[in-house]
Design a protein around this ligand. Sequence first.
Ligand SMILES: [Zn+2]
Length: 371
Amino acid sequence: MKKVNGYEVIQVFEQFSPKSLAMEGDKIGLQVGSLNKPVTKVLVALDVLEEVVDEAIEKGVQLIIAHHPPIYRPMGKITPDNASGRIITKLIKHDIAVYAAHSNLDVAKGGVNDLLAEALGLCKTKVLAPTYEDKVVKLAVYVPEADAEKVREAIGNAGAGAIGDYSHCTFSVNGTGRFLPGEATNPHIGVQGRLEAVGEIRIETIFPKSLEKQVLTAMLKAHPYEEVAYDLYPLENKGEELGLGRIGTVNEMSLREFAEHVKQALDVQTVRVVGNLEAKVKKVAVLGGDGGKYFPQAKFRGADVYITGDLYYHTAHDAWLAGLNMIDPGHNVEKVMKSGVAKIMKKRCEEKGFAVEFISSEVHTDPFVFI
Ligand SMILES: [Zn+2]
């Protein structure tokens, strides 16, 4: 197993939840401490409360990956005399870094909203409110015939050429590459100072922009030339839409039965329900956190019920008047990200042979109790 530092761990995390997916102005990324240090244990938490910091100290963690950024509004001062200052000073004192993934983790495939949809058992799930289009790019690379198969396999394995359920899609055409190696070269084919003509294959493929780095890295690694000739083209083809919330279907049941299902699936004692409890529910929209303002999208997309947290009285009225049923299970249901992210990161880091452990925080951070 390979010993790693914080940067290497976060590099893996950002392949899953890129910063580019975040809403503008969101407070994401490294917030406290440094990633430039060995990391063997990472705590995944929803909130960074003082109890969570104590848990991290007790469990010997060097890095916390949190959904809610502990530094969200400007802090006037950092002093152990108040709660938020105590959290920061404790983290620094114990050399524990905090990395926040907020709206980018909501949008990411396999992130908070997918985890909620999965917990609710939604089928045929789609994005509720698109916020980001993963643009398609085309790669054309020129490879000597003998190495074409190796390069095709490498870029395909890196995710290029995925069209629908097909993978490794490429198009190839034969031609002749010409080059004159200069004095400082060490050519794979040919000699310095002599114009060379080589049978080459132009391999074309497409991939989402988000995979650009990994596809190019794989291509350059598999390619035998010291100077690789390749072109990247931006395309007008529609890229995959990513965004906030998910919408999908469940087996038809009453709103009352569905509300019971939500309580059990999201592990909450109570939910607030808007609408006729005997109404039939089949199409379900869900958006983690405070998503009241997205209720028109849920209505427009034909949802029978919309699940989100922090529902305001007047928003509930508006949804009610619009004929949209709503269920508010609280903001804290985003806790699904703790085990969800730990599981994904464990798998991805294991594949890379990284000696790093991921644990999910056991601290209950819901400030509300129901009596
Ligand atoms: Zn939240």
